[in-house]
Each structure stands twice: as C-alpha cells, then as structure tokens.
Design a protein around this ligand. Sequence first.
Ligand code: IPM
Ligand code: MG
Length: 362
Amino acid sequence: MSKMIAILPGDGIGPEIVAEAVKVLNALQQHFGLDLELQEALVGGAAIDATGQPLPKETLDLAKRADAVLLGAVGGPKWESLDISMRPEKGLLGLRSELGLFANLRPALLFPELVDASTLKPEVVAGLDILIVRELTGGIYFGKPRGIRTLENGEKEGFNTLVYRESEIVRIARVAFEAARQRQKRVCSVDKANVLEATEFWRQVVIKVGQEYPDVELSHLYVDNAAMQLVRYPKQFDVMVTTNMFGDILSDLASMLTGSIGMLPSASLDANQKGMYEPIHGSAPDIAGQNVANPLATILSVAMMLRYSLREAALADAVERAVQQVLREGLRTRDILGSGNYTLVSTSEMGEAVLKSLKQLA
Ligand code: IPM
Ligand code: MG
C-alpha cells in the first residue's frame, strides 16, 4: 500500500536540501520498489508570506494525514521582527506539539571518513556514536505562563515556565532506555537538579523508570558538566536523555563532534512511531540559494524515516551506505571540507552523487 509523505521544505536552505532528499525518495520508488506518494506544503516563513500563518491549517491537516513528514528548516531575518507567536519557528513547534512528537532522536555519529573535518582531535572523536534523546513537546519551550509583561513600577520583564509532568518524563525516559537496549545499554540523563526543581523531579522520575531496566546502566550529569564532558571525552556517552532546551543546545554541540552540523539528522516520534524527520541545523539564511549547503543531514533524515516510520530497515541501510560511499570517494560540501585532498561539491552535486551510489546498491 502506498505511503503518503508530507514534504515541507520551509525557508532558507530548506528548499535546496529537501530537493536532494526528494530525489532520494524518488530513486527509492524507481529502483527499490518503494510505493510512496509525496505531497508538498508550506511551513514557516514561506507559509507566512503566502497565507499569513506559520502553520496553515492545510499543512497541519496534511501532516496529520501523512505516514511521515520530511521538513527542511524554518526561519530567517525577514520574519524576526514579527511577534514571537507568529514567527516561522511557531510552525515547527506547532507541528511538534499538534502531532504529539515528544521523542526527538538526534544521533551524533561520526563517519570515519570525516574524522579530520571535526575541530576536535581525531583520537577524541574517532568512533563516536552518541544518541541524544531530547524531550520535544514540553519543558520551557511550551510551559505556561509565558510572555513579556509590565510590572507595577513600569519596568518590563520577560518570563517563561519550566514545567514537566511525571507522565512526560516517564515516556521520554522509556524511549531512552529502550534505545539503549539496542545499543551499549548506557543512559546518561542530563539535568540541572542542583538548581531547578523541575529537573530535580526529572532526575527522580528517570531513576524510578530506570528500575524497570536493570540491564541498562543509568548515570546523571548536570547540563554544564555534560557540555564540558561532550568536548573533553565524548566517547564516554551512549544514550543521553534530556529536556527540550538542554537537548536543543547539547545536540548542536554534539553535531560539531561529527564534523559539521550539516551531517546530523533527526527523528521526532509520537507514541506510535509516526514521525517528522528533519536535519537538526537551521535555515542558514546566510548561505541560502547559493547551492553550497550540505544536503546529507536531510538525506540521512530520510534514512531515519525509512527505519522508524516506514519500517524499511534494509532501505535505510542502503541510503546510509550511499552517503558513506560518496564520503569515501572524497566528495565534500564546504562545511565538511577539512584539510585533506577532497573534491568540493555543491548541494546538488552531493545529492546526485548519493543518488548514483544508491542506484548501484539496487
Ligand atoms: C532545532 C531548532 C528549533 C528548536 C528551532 C528552529 C525552533 O533549533 O530543531 O533544534 O529550538 O527546537
Ligand atoms: Mg536547535
């Protein structure tokens, strides 16, 4: 039966990188017998320009109907002066919360071919394979009350609320422990339990859930220490589980261990493995439209889509192998150029190269 995929390119480099990922999806249909129906819709700034809304109803309805969603990136300077409730980012946050995509998986995996693209020493990053499990529909991103208000003395203040319900912590902790069971069986929970009650509670709940997983080793770090440890000795980590905001920050940090933020895919899953797939990088307005962005994070997000939502593990492997093959051939977009003897390629050339090696695997 045909699966429907919602394609949401968004803003900045979003359309360029998504175009390359769509080529991969098309090749999977032509050469690997995958039966898909792709439907494109507007989100973020592109949607604001066309409809006045960052998440138009048609887009949300399409995403709800879809078997999986592929998203590029949202945001840019053009929309930064809008009220925060109307910015492009609200389109993305709205999709996450409306679709109940509470579990965000961000694998920081270093391809051996990119060991010299990282700013860290090869011996620190070689063999790196971390899975960051970020809570995605709660915490300070969504907590209420929030806003900017004027006090009695006339001074203004901005405020947000960090709040986690027990059920929200339990379900994300389970995702982390289950993932660890498929890996090295270690979970590090990251919090700020020495200062913030909401994350002191987070730690208590994670410990309780951990008792159901005696085969998985559980450790805890404060977020400041976790950031330091990620740079000092990243290979100590297997699965890291953390709150929405800490996960946002630590996953950008971890991405640089792998050579470039342009390499990190992500999956955002609901309780039934329905998912939205997106690169973790943003819309990079400074390089938009120049055909220089790295499409590999988006293409690797397609691999995650195949694995988690479409249950096509063999095809997911094929896409990942095709990516590895082009890296082995020495092709590099400029963000991963490093210092070796490599061939600098554009966004579309990188996409074409992945297609070519993918077809060879058919
Ligand atoms: C990410 C991004 C988003 C986030 C922005 C664009 C809203 O940084 O997916 O990491 O903060 O979650
Ligand atoms: Mg981020």
